[in-house]
Write a protein that binds this ligand. Structure first.
Ligand code: S3P
Length: 190
C-alpha cells in the first residue's frame, strides 16, 4: 500500500512544477513522478524545441538567449489552465520575472537542488547546454548558481535535495512536499 504521505491521489487535480539548476534531474524526476502518479509529464525545453523545430543549441546560436527565453515563457503560458501535469522546466526559467507567478499559478513549485560538484559532474556528461560552452564551464556554472539561487528560492513552495538520492527517492520526497503544500493551502483536503 502507498504510504499516506506520498499517496498520489492526495494531489487532487493540481500540477507539480519542478525548477532548479541544470543537472538537478528535473526531467528524470518528472518522468518518475508521472509513472508513480499515473500523470502526464511535460518538459518546457521539449515544448520549445517542438515549437522551434530545432534543438536548443541551434535556437541559442541562431537567435540568442533572449529569443529562447521568450519561447520558454510562451511554453509556460500554453500550460496555464492545465491540470494533473508534472512539469519539468529549464534551469534558467526563473531568470524571467514574468515566469514566477505563471509557474506558481500552475501548482506546487518544487526546487530540486544538489551540491555544486555533483551538478557539475552531471552536466559534464554531455554538451547539450549552450550556456556552459565557455572556456571555464565550472566557473560559469558557479556564477549561474550564485545568480539564480535567490530566484529559485523566491519561486519555490518547497525544496528537495537530490545530491545523494535516486530519482525514485527524490520523486517520493517531491510527492510528500507537494501533498503537504496542497493540504496547507486547502485543509479540507486532508
Ligand atoms: C538552461 C538550462 C537548460 C535549457 C537551456 C538553458 C539554463 O535546461 O533550458 O539550455 O539557462 O540553465 P536544463 O536545466 O534541463 O539543462
Amino acid at each position: 500500500m502507498t504510504p499516506p504521505e506520498t499517496d498520489p491521489e492526495a494531489l487532487g487535480t493540481d500540477n507539480i512544477v519542478l525548477i532548479g539548476p541544470m543537472g538537478a534531474g528535473k526531467s528524470s524526476v518528472a518522468r518518475e513522478l508521472a509513472r508513480i502518479c499515473r500523470r502526464r509529464w511535460v518538459d518546457t525545453d521539449r515544448l520549445v524545441v517542438q515549437q522551434a523545430g530545432v534543438p536548443i543549441t541551434e535556437i541559442f546560436a541562431a537567435h540568442g538567449e533572449a529569443h529562447f527565453r521568450w519561447m520558454e515563457t510562451a511554453a509556460i503560458c500554453s500550460l496555464q489552465g492545465s491540470s494533473r501535469l508534472i512539469v519539468a522546466t529549464g534551469g534558467g526559467v526563473v531568470t524571467e520575472p514574468a515566469n514566477l507567478p505563471l509557474l506558481q499559478a500552475l501548482g506546487c513549485v518544487v526546487w530540486l537542488t544538489a551540491d555544486e560538484d555533483v551538478l557539475y559532474e552531471r552536466v559534464s556528461r554531455n554538451d547539450r547546454r549552450p550556456l556552459l560552452q565557455t572556456d571555464d564551464p565550472r566557473a560559469t556554472l558557479h556564477r549561474l548558481l550564485e545568480l539564480r539561487r535567490p530566484l529559485y528560492s523566491a519561486c519555490a513552495h518547497a525544496t528537495v535535495d537530490t545530491t545523494t538520492c535516486s530519482h525514485g527517492h527524490v520523486a517520493d520526497a517531491v510527492l510528500a512536499q507537494a501533498r503537504a503544500f496542497f493540504q496547507s493551502r486547502d485543509p479540507a483536503r486532508a
